[in-house]
Design a protein around this ligand. Structure first.
Ligand SMILES: Cc1ncc(COP(=O)(O)O)c(C=O)c1O
Length: 393
């Protein structure tokens, strides 16, 4: 549609056709209110651990104000190589198999743009992170969402994946643990998915930004399964587990031709990730394990608390195996996700994101983040319980 404030409709059609992020609209509404307890934010309530911040300050004081290599600081790429080995048993060469990016967001965009040609189908599981479908569309790919169900803990089952594979399928985009459901996969799921990827010659882009926040299950990357390293782009970053969202640090690990292709786009768009964030990330990956463990423990306590409280008030939800979200079913109230979250906000000043912000299969659900202080979570549960009580009265 032409905007009358412009002399001509300058915005490209494939951009004007993109929907606005439902999360952004919701935050807009939340920010106009006072006294809101927000369970809507997908970022840690912790401040970045001090020694990591100090590493950035130290680097700045010592004049680290330049560009780095396009791939990123070699010291950081080495730290990432060591991290991938100790955490997943994955071996990547810091020389040509690791690319440092501006958050996983950039890594995801580069990965998709590097491999998708017009009309290629990119399969992803839904409900999912808000950017997946738009990023695929911006690369002129065709997004193919596979809906996942509460009955299966929102895991992607190999049989559901098999049902949507066509000759045009090129990429499978995975995100486990999942935003917004907290789902994790079993090893059997991963084996089945990997077998399909090999059989149908798919490239897997695995967004594992929440993998450090896996609570009970074994942490396995699909890239570590037989025959998968050469067909997987492993994405990870420091935003969530190290509480470093503002540093904007992500990375991609993959065989050299894929990293080279991603690097070409990166060098002409971003050039390199910010040097101070890279310096801080060296410290985080070398000396941050204890901080990650401490924050994971805090999330774990909150996870159990909120899961129990929501189920007790009649909002059934599975125990999320990872990330910092629970995804209760609110369909039993007869309200849509949108109406439920709006009324909850208006009547009780509690903000939770409607499940539909994460795709149509999120209808009937809410995303509640427990990256929020325990006291606030407790008060939010009191308010939600009161709200539910009124609904059933
Ligand atoms: C699944 C998923 N991938 C990627 C991102 C983006 O992370 P980053 O801060 O590293 O860009 C997020 C942020 O919420 C996310 O939930």
């Amino acid at each position: 549609m032409n905007d009358s404030r412009l002399p001509r409709d300058f915005v490209a059609k494939h951009v004007s056709g993109l929907p606005r992020s439902g999360i952004r609209d919701f935050f807009g509404m939340v920010s106009t209110r006072e006294g809101v307890i927000s369970l809507s934010i997908g970022e840690p309530d912790f401040v970045t651990p001090w020694h990591i911040r100090e590493a950035a300050i130290y680097a700045l004081e010592h004049g680290a104000t330049s560009y780095t290599s396009n791939l990123g600081l070699l010291r950081l790429r080495r730290a990432i190589g060591d991290y991938a080995r100790r955490s997943y048993g994955l071996t990547y060469s810091p020389q040509d198999e690791v690319l440092i990016t501006v958050g996983v967001s950039e890594a995801l965009d580069l990965a998709i743009r590097a491999v998708v040609e017009p009309g290629d189908e990119v399969i992803y599981h839904e409900p999912c992170y808000v950017s997946y479908s738009p990023v695929i569309k911006l690369a002129f790919g065709t997004p193919v969402g596979v809906s996942t169900q509460r009955a299966h803990g929102f895991r992607l089952r190999p049989q559901d994946l098999a049902a949507v594979i066509t000759p045009k399928s090129k990429v499978l985009l995975l995100n486990f643990p999942t935003n917004p459901t907290g789902a994790v996969l079993t090893r059997a799921d991963l084996d089945g998915i990997a077998a399909l990827a090999r059989e149908h010659d798919l490239l897997v882009i695995s967004d594992e930004v929440y993998s450090e926040l896996t609570y009970d299950a074994e942490r396995v990357s699909i890239a570590a399964l037989p025959g998968m390293r050469e067909r997987t782009i492993f994405l990870n970053g420091l935003s969530k587990a190290w509480a470093m969202t503002g540093f904007r640090m992500g990375f991609a690990c993959a065989p050299p031709p894929l990293i080279e292709a991603m690097m070409k786009i990166h060098q002409y768009s971003m050039l390199c990730a910010p040097i101070l964030s890279q310096e801080a990330s060296v410290e985080a990956l070398r000396n941050g394990d204890a901080d990650v463990a401490e924050m994971r423990e805090a999330y774990n306590d909150r996870r159990h608390y909120i899961h129990t409280a929501l189920n007790a008030m009649g909002l059934p939800c599975h125990l999320p195996g990872g990330a910092f979200y629970v995804f209760p079913y609110i369909g039993g109230t007869g309200m849509s996700s949108h109406d439920f979250s709006m009324r909850l906000l208006e009547e009780e000043n509690v903000a939770c994101v409607p499940g539909t912000a994460f795709g149509p299969s999120g209808e009937g659900y809410l995303r509640c983040s427990y990256a929020t202080a325990m006291d606030e979570i407790k008060e939010a549960m009191v308010r939600m319980q009161r709200f539910m009580g009124r609904l059933s009265a």
